[in-house]
Design a protein around this ligand. Structure first.
Ligand SMILES: [Zn+2]
Length: 219
């Protein structure tokens, strides 16, 4: 089975990716992992990526595509009947077209693009309400998982803090970027009848049950 997982930051992609990968025995491939692997193993692609990063530049689409193509030719993917779950790729229509070409070389097609839908205002509330204990790393939410005393960790009494990444302005920017790049991607997969929209507001287990129901017809 070949799946890509789409959804804005904070929609719970990581949790679903793990469950899908375990249940359907397909490797979970995240672009973050591919980057780290190539760079730490100093592969030719990793070296190129480092040059861009060292100059403070974005790694170009072509190089990202090359790294994904290389990853999709590895044994775990092939032994899963050329199966994979991609997380964080494609991010743009260009990348989606490239993926389609990579698949075509193996006479295969993508089965589904699973789109976890969560309204943006709710994402902002979810992420920006997070508070963290610097001592024990426990996480709280100012509305959904309040500590007993406001702003204080239940476990060790340390004052909680908010990560820079979780601040409203940062979250809004990340969502804007997502929206700008990924909305066309959703349309692209819609036109190819690959998109599966899943209500990401449900409980995590219900989200997964939903995904399983839809995938049960395929193998
Ligand atoms: Zn604590």
């Amino acid at each position: 089975m070949r799946i890509v997982l789409l959804g804005p930051p904070g929609a719970g992609k990581g949790t679903q990716a793990k469950q899908i990968s375990e249940t359907y025995k397909i490797p979970h491939i995240s672009t973050g992992d591919i980057f780290r692997e190539n760079m730490s193993n100093d592969t030719p692609l990793g070296k190129k990526a480092k040059e861009y990063i060292a100059q403070g530049l974005l790694v170009p689409d072509e190089l990202v595509v090359d790294m994904v193509a290389d990853r999709l030719s590895q044994d775990d993917v092939l032994s899963a009947n050329y199966g994979y779950l991609l997380d964080g790729f494609p991010r743009t229509v260009f990348q989606a077209q490239a993926l389609s070409q990579i698949n075509a070389k193996r006479d295969c097609e993508l089965d589904f693009a699973i789109n976890l839908e969560v309204p943006f205002d709710i994402l902002i509330e979810r992420i920006s309400g997070r508070r963290i204990c610097p001592t024990c790393q426990a996480t709280y939410h100012i509305k959904y998982n309040k500590p007993k005393i406001e702003g204080i960790c239940d476990l060790d009494g340390t004052p909680l803090y908010q990560r820079e990444d979780d601040k409203v302005e940062t979250v809004k920017k990340r969502i804007d970027v997502y929206q700008e790049q990924t909305e066309p991607l959703i349309e692209y997969y819609q036109n190819k009848h690959k998109i599966i929209n899943i209500n990401g507001l449900q409980d995590m287990n219900d989200v997964f049950e939903n995904i399983k129901e839809i995938l049960s017809g395929v193998n």
